[in-house]
Write a protein that binds this ligand. Structure first.
Ligand code: FB9
Length: 479
């Protein structure tokens, strides 16, 4: 194929004087390999041109064919209006129809606010070449189009074009040796890129997870086991001194299982946790309300990896004291409404340090070092509230590439009601912090929609491209 392609380039150059590969149906890296080979012998000169191509997503193709959700919703509304309770199936279309003032609310009904409306989104999708940048961004945010970078080449005659009248052999065969014929071998081009081999590549989240592991290991942290995707509410909430009345424990926020197959819960500790919740202790008043063992025994999908931290810390508290630096990076699950940046699950990154008399200054120091390694040299802290840490801080960092401050995590010192109940002495303290894996990944790969990173709509070519590009710690997050 490579030789045929080179011949095509030479022939076309001979007749047209310029070759434009924009419309060629050949992988760009194959064309690039041929051009490098010809240009290394000055047979051709070339210029690489990059352009963005807007393409319809699966959803975009459906809307281009059937019309937008808002237009479908508008057409559904009868003259006598539609009950708001009947609109639930058209949630997306309804939102956009209101945004465009196509509809209005009157009492418990929704009416058309216009006699007729033109389906602008459908028209744009049917004629992508005519839409402007703002419309492309709007359609991208609605996951109706994707913008792909493509490159092509403009090839011209090189200084040695046409001087090569003999065919250069690129490989020696047994037949040639037997015939002992004189052949002119093509010189090796040691500067050309190797062909990209069709091989597997790490998913971008897996790459980023490994990059973060390197950062933690480099800071002397050890990874915790995080195999309990399903756990008892006891470890996820109660052991952290999170009240049984806290809204985070509602089924609207947490996925509970119907099954009641329970992990072993330490009997004495279970009772100590009940006591600290009901009557307080270690200087705490407790919640002064009945604590239900049944609530603690419910099985659930963990909402944070801090449930594993609680398990690990409890185990440590049963042994002679030994300082430790631990981290975890794994999936957590929250019953949240999904949108462009939130799914019902994400990967939490958590770090913690166990030692004597740790203060907020120690926490600030390790956070500064951790985020510096992420390429965020400027961070600041804001007082916050967490049910299981006091004091707590939100962490903000200035992103040089995006030229703005952004929230990059949460942190705090675990409460004495948690640590002393586990069995730690009074002078033992634990500082900890957490962030997500998806947020930095979306920034690193310039994604606006989390579905382009995780889930069944991820573009496999995107994953392959990420798996090929080498990761360089210094540039990890600067883009
Ligand atoms: O990750 C977050 N933001 C972030 C992190 C890194 C980053 O990298 C930069 C480019 C280089 C960019 C952004 N956040 C936490 C902050 C926000 O994104 C926030 O809106 C979303 N948060 C999630 C929770 O929301 C459901 C991110 C997730 C999060 C928040 C808190 C914790 C963990 C994850 C925690 C904790 C904690 C606190 C105390 C003790 C132990 C654990």
């Amino acid at each position: 194929m490579e030789e045929e392609l080179k011949k095509k380039i030479i022939d076309e150059l001979g007749t047209k004087g310029l070759v434009n590969t924009e419309k060629w149906d050949v992988p760009s890296n194959v064309i690039h390999g041929c051009i490098l080979s010809l240009s290394s012998r000055d047979v051709v000169e070339y210029e690489k041109v990059e352009k963005s191509v807007v393409e319809l997503t699966q959803e975009g193709r459906e809307v281009a064919h059937d019309g937008s959700q808002e237009h479908a919703f508008f057409r559904k509304i009868p003259a006598e209006g539609m009950l708001i309770s009947e609109c639930e199936p058209f949630r997306v279309g309804r939102a956009f129809a209101f945004k465009k003032n196509w509809v209005k609310k009157d009492g418990d009904k929704i009416f058309r606010a216009q006699d007729n409306v033109s389906d602008d989104v459908c028209a744009m999708l049917q004629n992508l070449k005519s839409i402007g940048e703002n419309d492309v961004d709007m359609l991208k945010k609605r996951n109706l189009v994707v913008v792909k970078k493509m490159q092509y080449y403009l090839i011209r005659e090189g200084s040695k074009f046409g001087t090569e009248d003999k065919h250069l052999t690129t490989e020696v065969t047994a037949q040639m040796v037997l015939e002992d014929k004189q052949v002119d071998l093509k010189p090796f081009n040691f500067h050309t890129d190797g062909l990209v081999l069709p091989c597997g590549g790490l998913h971008p989240l897996a790459k980023l997870r490994d990059d973060l592991k390197i950062i933690f290991l480099g800071l002397g942290f050890m990874e915790m086991s995080t195999s309990n995707y399903i756990d008892a509410a006891f470890w996820n909430f109660d052991a952290l001194f999170l009240s049984q009345h806290h809204p985070a424990r509602d089924p609207e926020d947490t996925f509970y299982l119907e099954s009641d197959v329970l992990p072993d819960l330490p009997e004495k500790y279970f009772k100590d946790v009940q006591k600290i919740h009901e009557d307080g202790g270690f200087g705490s008043t407790g919640y002064k309300s009945a604590w239900k063992p049944g609530e603690a025994k419910k099985l659930m999908l963990r909402t944070h990896t801090t449930s594993e931290s609680a398990r690990q810390l409890y185990k440590m508290a049963q042994q002679p004291f030994c300082p430790a630096k631990l981290f975890s990076i794994d999936r957590v699950f929250r019953n949240e409404s999904v949108d462009a940046t939130h799914l019902a699950e994400f990967h939490q990154i958590e770090g913690l340090i166990v030692d004597k008399n740790l203060k907020l200054s120690h926490l600030m120091g390790i956070l500064e070092e951790f985020y510096r390694k992420l390429g965020l040299g400027k961070i600041k802290f804001k007082p916050a509230y967490n049910p299981y840490t006091e004091p707590s801080m939100e962490v903000f960092a200035y992103h040089e590439g995006l030229r703005r401050w952004m929230e990059v995590g949460n942190s705090g010192i675990f409460r004495p009601e948690m640590l002393r109940t586990m069995g730690f002495d009074e002078d033992v303290s634990v500082i900890a912090w957490g962030l997500s894996l998806e947020r930095p990944a979306m920034i690193r790969y310039k994604l606006n929609n989390i579905r382009d990173l995780l889930g069944h709509k991820v573009d496999i070519e995107f994953v392959k491209r990420c798996g090929i590009n080498a990761f360089d710690e210094k540039t990890a997050f600067s883009s």
